[in-house]
Design a protein around this ligand. Structure first.
Ligand code: FE2
Length: 270
């Protein structure tokens, strides 16, 4: 991180830091995720997580996952073995699993958060994303602040490629500079339901999407208001990634945010 990177981030709403995570750390996260999956007994609950279809929203398994380690399946995965059927693991890996904790709280990530202007960074959410070969589903255009809102908006995403990500296996896509626009929607708790509330109907700006092809170990910083998406994985290759979302503890965290952790206080990098 230097002054040039900060200017780029301010202008574009994202930064691509190639080779940020060493291959050994990528190996460690992938091996640990495989262990967690091997130990996971899906039982009768093969909860689907789909960013398009929010039919999962009433599912308590999802609602309580902000303070837990939970496993979510791809929609098209009914006949696949579990390791090839999962969509993601979330959302407190960084607090509840020692391996993810250690890598998530490494000093270089703390320095990055501070360099990006976070006064009191808190590690709010972590996700291990599988984007499985052939069935890894599209994630539609969205802003992360829709799901993780603070007042003012402070959420920043650290997205780390654990496999090479390209157009064929569903790399990230962004609308450069579109983080200067308003937050369009919030995904909130309303009683025991999750609902999406429209705040601002402004369409996404007419900016050509940029595909962020990323080698393994690349860290992409995503501003919380930057519209981003990823295409389906049409390839025979997996596209694993680890995503960590931070907020600034100096901002207000609304009680109607979907992600609540009544039994697990938020922590920073210490
Ligand atoms: Fe996102």
């Amino acid at each position: 991180m230097n002054a040039v990177d900060l200017a780029t981030y301010a202008r574009d709403g994202y930064l691509v830091l190639e080779g940020f995570l060493p291959p050994t750390d990528c190996d460690t996260l992938q091996a640990r995720a495989a262990e967690l999956v091997a130990a996971f007994d899906p039982g009768p609950v093969r909860t689907v997580f789909s960013a398009r279809d929010q039919g999962h929203a009433r599912d308590r398994y999802f609602q309580e996952s902000g303070g837990a380690i939970r496993f979510f399946f791809e929609e098209q995965a009914t006949d696949r073995p579990v390791p090839l059927a999962l969509s993601k693991i979330g959302h407190a890996l960084h607090d509840l699993d020692p391996v993810f904790d250690c890598i998530s709280r490494q000093p270089r990530l703390a320095e990055l958060a501070h360099a990006l202007g976070m006064a009191q960074p808190l590690l709010l959410q972590s996700m291990y994303l599988f984007k499985q070969p052939r069935i890894g589903a599209e994630v539609g255009w969205h802003q992360d602040a829709t799901y993780l809102h603070t007042r003012p908006s402070t959420v920043i995403g650290f997205w780390i490629a654990l496999d090479d990500a390209d157009r064929d296996n569903g790399c990230l896509m962004v609308l450069p500079g579109a983080h200067h626009g308003p937050l369009r929607e919030r995904f909130v708790r309303a009683g025991d339901q999750m609902v999406t509330r429209v705040l601002d109907a402004t369409p996404w700006p007419d900016i050509a999407p940029v595909a962020l092809e990323a080698r393994r170990g690349t860290l992409v910083v995503l501003h919380g208001l930057l519209p981003h998406a990823s295409a389906p994985n049409h390839s025979s290759r997996a596209r694993h990634a680890y995503a960590l979302h931070l907020i600034d503890g100096q901002a207000d965290y609304p009680a109607d945010n979907w992600l609540q952790r009544p039994d697990l206080p938020l922590r920073g990098f210490a």
